[in-house]
Write a protein that binds this ligand. Sequence first.
Ligand SMILES: [Ca+2]
Ligand SMILES: [Ca+2]
Length: 370
Amino acid sequence: MKLSNLKYITAFLILLGCRQEPKRNAPSQDGLNLKPQTTKLVVSKPPNLEPPVDMVWIKGGTFYQGALPEDSLAMQHEKPRHKVTVNGFYMDMHEVTNDQFAEFVAATNYVTVAERAISWDEMKKQLPPETPKPHDSILQPGSLVFKKSKSSLPNLYDYSQWWEWKIGANWRHPNGPGSSIEGKGKYPVVQIAYEDALAYCEWKGGRLPTEAEWEYAARAEKINDIYSWPGGLEQLSSHANTWEGEFPVENKLQDGYERRAPVKSYPANAFGLYDMAGNVWEWTSDWYHVNYYANVSEIEELKNPSGPEKAYNPSNPYVQEKVIKGGSFLCSASYCASYRISARMATGLDSGAEHLGFRTVLSVDKIENK
Ligand SMILES: [Ca+2]
Ligand SMILES: [Ca+2]
């Protein structure tokens, strides 16, 4: 298979990371889950309930989800801000680590999506109809690995310039064959597809956060802030693992890490959560719908929203996408700046990558029902 064809597959099948602004269609109610919720808000942790290990209580409350009007870097799909209330819940204080995921795999013999044989019949459903079948030598288990550029890239909209499909890349070998997680037990697990994250949640007894829960937790009552740490952009290097310098050419490493950092390497936010900005992107359970914010903004207050009922992204019509949050070690001021609280991206369900992980949450009723 020619390299250009491989790039084509990569670009269309596994669309992720910092990407261009999605096209925005006229607002539509189609696929939006706008059912009103009337149950009482859960604010405080029930008494006598011990926090699960490595989790913190996020008290319930009301906030404004979405970009601040003065955030010049905000994309259209982060707007407008809208009023949202969420119940209190427990949340992992850090991204799920290699050690934690290894414990799950040892207990269940779970095989991740990136480790499984590729089905062309399934793959072609997510590609434009005219896409030719790649040679079998390419259709092998693997995933996406970041590739630094030797020179400046004039067009940063073509993300296949810094993503490489690597056969053999998976959570045990995050950067492909030859790479290893040995000695990196406290690093966030990556190369995790959506169903891999769900399988871990089911084993653990939790679930993925909704997008609203994730953003509420990241914001930690900083109602009018663009960033989740104090001091704004000047303090970025001491509070988050991101890309410093010209992306994807030069990384100044002011935060100390070229790629992933061990969890809890930077200060927690006011709720006690680590790496809610940067390190690795995190899956949420919401479908990505390009018009979602525009539509729900007409509602006075959303209560425990779980996102639209189905995905919709005209820029990527063949792939079912979920929302990911928080940005990663690849987010730079010179590009997408997705370490902002309101930043959001869409990622296909079966797309693992070396900058994408997750954390779990737990509703109180789930604990009480155990
Ligand atoms: Ca870094
Ligand atoms: Ca993160």
